[in-house]
Ligand binder design. Structure first.
Ligand SMILES: Cc1cc2nc3c(=O)[nH]c(=O)nc-3n(C[C@H](O)[C@H](O)[C@H](O)COP(=O)(O)OP(=O)(O)OC[C@H]3O[C@@H](n4cnc5c(N)ncnc54)[C@H](O)[C@@H]3O)c2cc1C
Length: 505
């Protein structure tokens, strides 16, 4: 229950403290503030939103990382969240086509509409009937899982309450997906004889890399199917980028009396008798009954005391062995004349350069272009572009090779773009590279590890970390806990934590 004490100026005891304003933290903070909890949110950076934030430079606004909106279709996670918060979502348009994908030897238009997509996929990849049958399975399995996800279950469960919530969310319909639990997406592709269709497989792997963070071989089928179905439910171009959603969530938090302090880095958190104490870099101290950490679990061991950390089910050695990607990004302000008329209104373009190389390090990247009539991003006639590719994070922490590595990546990627947009270089006005070092600096993510954990086997889903830390009053949310990566997953974990706190658990 929220405290009944009225808020006093300078009082450092809160019902809830949230560390971080990513999708997870702001969702939890906004929901709890609306329910009457006294919420304090602390953010290390000058900008809100972490991986989904933005920054302004040289007359352009750039999305820091995330660009594609999801979950705003009727019945979608964000539609329901915004209904609960009683606020309108920012201006956005539903996309169909979702994006253009440029493979080494062919282009494909990825349609949201299923019939259009089957036709296009059959035309570009062949095996049209097999592709249709495979996607029908994807949609059918995902449809059976959505009601389960909607229940905001804590997974993996540990308490009676959590088990009860899971058991009551399962019916015969959900149970029928059980055989998929032990299969990867690749296992299913074999069933449809699609695993040897290299262009289709590469296309599919490209989509999985950007959502599940791994390819079909390592992607649990349930996770992969949910991710593949999401775009067909609704992919969105959000005016001003996903930062506009972040702004709406923070406005809601403030509107309901929540407090938000930017440029306030939390340096340590400590368990007290009945509360959690938070100490900031500037040596301020705050206390709360509930503490929600929206920093990734990669950071948790530098925040907790040895004693508290040793009581966590998350173990440092294991966590550090988990596989996570870094991101190499390019933020480019350009004159729009590099685009043909046919591409002028397509915000998302995925490039894949070589079938034989891994889908990272610039061989695959998402090129997100602000749209005409979106003044939040760029002046008329100009476009703000955020481009991102997965990268092995460790290589970026060697000072001696840092600058030359950056140059190599810029050259490789711009060369790739010019194969599609030959006039691109001539129209660049601003170009800023971002690396894992940049992500650590601006989003606090240790070693620049982003996007949650990359599954390494078909059983990875079962090894997810719970949002419940198992230490009384300490909660986690964001892309390193269940249900995982992306704005949708992070927000859902924050919403789950808010629900659990309201239940008094
Ligand atoms: C390049 C890239 C592209 C992506 N593209 C998409 C996409 O198109 N669509 C999509 O849905 N998702 C995308 N994602 C994934 C998505 O952005 C993330 O999964 C999601 O935004 C993570 O949210 P989070 O809640 O984990 O918080 P984070 O984004 O990690 O934010 C956490 C916040 O906490 C703050 N913080 C951390 N530690 C402290 C501390 N000690 N004290 C105070 N504050 C602290 C940080 O400064 C940060 O603001 C992308 C990610 C990247 C990196």
């Amino acid at each position: 229950m929220p405290s009944t004490t009225s808020k006093r100026e300078g009082d450092s005891m809160y019902d809830v403290i949230v560390v971080g304003t990513g999708f997870g933290g702001l969702t939890a903070g906004a929901v709890l503030a609306k329910k009457g909890y006294r919420v304090l949110t602390l953010e290390a950076a000058n900008e809100l939103g972490g991986s989904a934030g933005k920054f302004d430079r040289n007359g352009f606004r750039f999305a820091a990382g995330a660009t594609v909106g999801m979950g705003f279709e009727q019945g979608g996670v964000f539609s329901k969240l915004f209904e609960e918060l009683e606020v309108s979502p920012p201006t956005m348009s539903k996309l169909d086509p979702i994006m253009n994908v440029y493979l080494p030897d062919r282009d494909v238009t990825y349609y949201a509409d299923q019939d259009k997509w089957y036709k296009e996929a059959g035309r570009v990849f062949g095996q049209g009937e097999n592709i249709q049958a495979f996607f029908n399975e994807v949609f059918s399995v995902a449809d059976r899982l959505y009601p389960f996800i909607d229940r905001k279950v804590v997974f993996p469960p540990a308490t009676m309450g959590e088990w009860k919530n899971i058991v009551s969310s399962i019916n015969l319909h959900t149970l029928s997906v059980a055989p998929f639990v032990t299969q990867s997406v690749h296992d299913r592709l074999k069933k449809y004889d699609l695993h040897r269709n290299q262009p289709f497989l590469t296309f599919l792997n490209g989509q999985l890399m950007d959502s599940v963070q791994t390819t079909s071989e390592y992607s649990p089928s349930l996770l992969g199917y949910m991710a593949l179905s999401v775009f067909h439910r609704g992919a969105f171009y959000v005016q001003g980028g996903l930062a506009s959603i972040i702004d709406t969530l923070s406005d809601t938090l403030l509107h309901h009396g929540g407090e938000l302090k930017k440029r306030t880095r939390v340096d340590s958190i400590q368990r007290k008798a009945n509360s959690w104490e938070v100490k900031t870099k500037r040596r301020d101290t705050f206390d709360a009954k509930h503490l929600i950490v929206n920093a990734p679990l990669h950071n948790i061991f530098s925040l907790l005391s040895e004693e508290d950390a040793s009581s966590l089910p998350v173990k440092r050695e294991k966590e550090e062995q988990q596989r996570s990607w870094g991101a190499f990004t390019l933020y480019i302000g350009a004159d729009e004349r590099f685009l043909d008329d046919s591409e002028a209104n397509i915000p998302f373009h995925q490039f894949i350069g070589d079938y034989e190389k891994p889908l990272s390090e610039g061989n695959q990247f998402l090129f997100s272009v602000s749209q005409p009539g979106d003044p939040l991003f760029a002046p008329p006639g100009k476009r703000a572009i955020t481009l991102s590719t997965h990268t092995e994070p460790h290589q970026w922490w060697n000072r001696d090779q840092y600058e030359s590595l950056k140059e190599q990546y810029v050259e490789r990627i711009v060369g790739q773009i010019e194969k599609k947009f030959p006039l691109f270089s001539d129209h660049i006005e601003t170009l800023l590279p971002g690396t894992p070092v940049t992500f650590q600096r601006f989003t606090q993510r240790r070693k620049g590890l982003v996007g949650g954990y990359a599954p390494t086997s078909k059983y990875s889903l079962l090894k997810a970390y719970s949002p419940n830390s198992r230490l009384d009053g300490l909660w986690f949310c964001g892309d390193t806990v269940f249900p995982g990566a992306g704005s949708l997953g992070s927000s859902l974990s924050g919403w789950t934590v808010a629900s659990e706190i309201q239940k008094g658990r």
